[in-house]
Design a protein around this ligand. Structure first.
Ligand SMILES: Cc1cc2nc3c(=O)[nH]c(=O)nc-3n(C[C@H](O)[C@H](O)[C@H](O)COP(=O)(O)OP(=O)(O)OC[C@H]3O[C@@H](n4cnc5c(N)ncnc54)[C@H](O)[C@@H]3O)c2cc1C
Length: 354
């Protein structure tokens, strides 16, 4: 709550989480990770988020976006160089796709990478980036072809301290206030070709694959926030008396708890289904989008009802539910809004006929 109030991003905490194996949960042990499954990873994010959404969000962005991208698409040399640093928590990762003018329409990005001799020169800005200022290394998707052309973007690894790369404005947010969200600015930033990940033109395709896994972690984040809000509500409803009875004994309140528990269980099953498919190497674009869409909407509904159950006390910072309420809203926006998830689900249904 103190970090949230002061908008403190507790970077040191991530080193400690690295010691616990939480910074490279699904990264193979050969690269310094914990070598666990995606189902284990969902459990980690859910448990952390049931206490603090901000730390859950930062953990998810570090694990599935930056570290996950290098693990999926990095060369052997890139994996050996960066994964041990990231998985141990010595370095914090950032991942930049979104720009000021292009969020949902990320394929229309304006940040460019232009070939220059043996390397590349990056120019432009990325915004809304988790760890945009504090990240020690960033995966950046930049345009390397014509606007709106097919296969017009490429992924690069850019280390903090590279000349021409700087963190920009830090956002003052409604929720997730202990997770840093900031701009990344590239001003004639020169990087060698060895920092390119995969073929030229493969950036958007890679980003969409990374987001498939990332969305499962946002579903887990949503679940954790919902679970935290639910548990606080059950406890409070049992303790708070009105009309000489615990408020949980009123059907109006107990039905809320029943709806919350049912929706959380359904969201958990969708999330575990998507994680299971990912663990088995099976297609899961639709299932990841369904899990993210449903779990995030459940998170907002559950956190809203939690504030209602707490009444006036829920509207204060003396109890945790107002923070769950504020944090939950990010889940329907980050890594693709609910509307975009529905577009993905509908597209996959048309492709597969289910
Ligand atoms: C706390 C936080 C952390 C983030 N971290 C990262 C990060 O680490 N890296 C990163 O790259 N990005 C990050 N993002 C960015 C995030 O992914 C974008 O905010 C998100 O994709 C939405 O983009 P936008 O904000 O530009 O909204 P817009 O795309 O402008 O959307 C505005 C509204 O229009 C709707 N809309 C847009 N297109 C359509 C359509 N075709 N049909 C129907 N409705 C539509 C949207 O659903 C939304 O309701 C973060 C955002 C936040 C808030």
């Amino acid at each position: 709550m103190e970090w949230d109030e002061a908008q403190t991003f507790p970077k040191e905490l991530f080193k400690e989480m690295g010691n616990l194996g939480l910074m490279g949960v699904t990264i193979p042990e050969a690269y310094g990770g914990a070598g666990l499954t995606y189902i284990d990873y969902v459990t980690v994010i859910k448990e952390v988020a049931s206490v603090c959404g901000s730390i859950g969000l930062s953990l998810a962005a570090h694990n599935s976006l930056c570290t996950g991208h290098i693990n999926l698409f990095g060369s052997e040399e890139q994996k050996r160089k960066y994964l041990p640093l990231l998985a141990s928590g010595q370095w914090l990762g950032a991942w930049g796709l979104t720009e000021p003018g292009t969020g949902s329409d990320a394929g229309n990005m304006q940040c460019t990478a232009v070939r220059d001799g043996s390397g590349w020169v990056l120019n432009g800005a990325k915004c809304w980036i988790t760890h945009g200022r504090s990240g020690d290394v960033a995966v950046v998707i930049a345009r390397t072809g014509e606007p709106r052309a097919k296969e017009n973007s490429t992924a690069f690894i850019v280390e903090r301290g590279t000349a021409g790369f700087a963190g920009g404005k830090k956002e003052n947010k409604l929720g997730m206030r202990a997770s840093e969200t900031a701009e990344m600015i590239f001003d004639n930033c020169r990087i060698p070709d060895s920092q390119r990940m995969g073929p030229v033109g493969d950036g958007f395709h890679q980003a969409m694959k990374v987001l498939d896994g990332g969305r499962i972690s946002i579903a887990a984040l949503s679940l954790g926030i919902a679970q935290g809000a639910f548990e606080a509500s059950v406890k409070y409803a049992g303790e708070r008396h009105q009309f000489d009875k615990p408020i949980a004994s009123f059907q109006g309140i107990s039905f809320k708890l029943a709806d919350m528990a049912t929706e959380i269980a359904a969201a958990e099953l969708l999330t575990m289904q998507a994680a299971n498919l990912k663990d088995r190497g099976l297609p899961m674009t639709k299932e990841a989008a369904m899990a993210k869409y449903y779990a995030s909407e459940v998170s907002v509904r559950v956190a809203t009802e939690a504030v209602q159950i707490f009444g006036g006390y829920g509207y204060t910072k003396d109890f945790p539910v107002e923070k769950f309420y504020r944090d939950s809203k990010l889940c329907t926006i980050g890594e693709g809004t609910s509307e975009i998830q529905k577009i993905v689900i509908a597209r996959e249904i048309r492709k597969g006929g289910r």
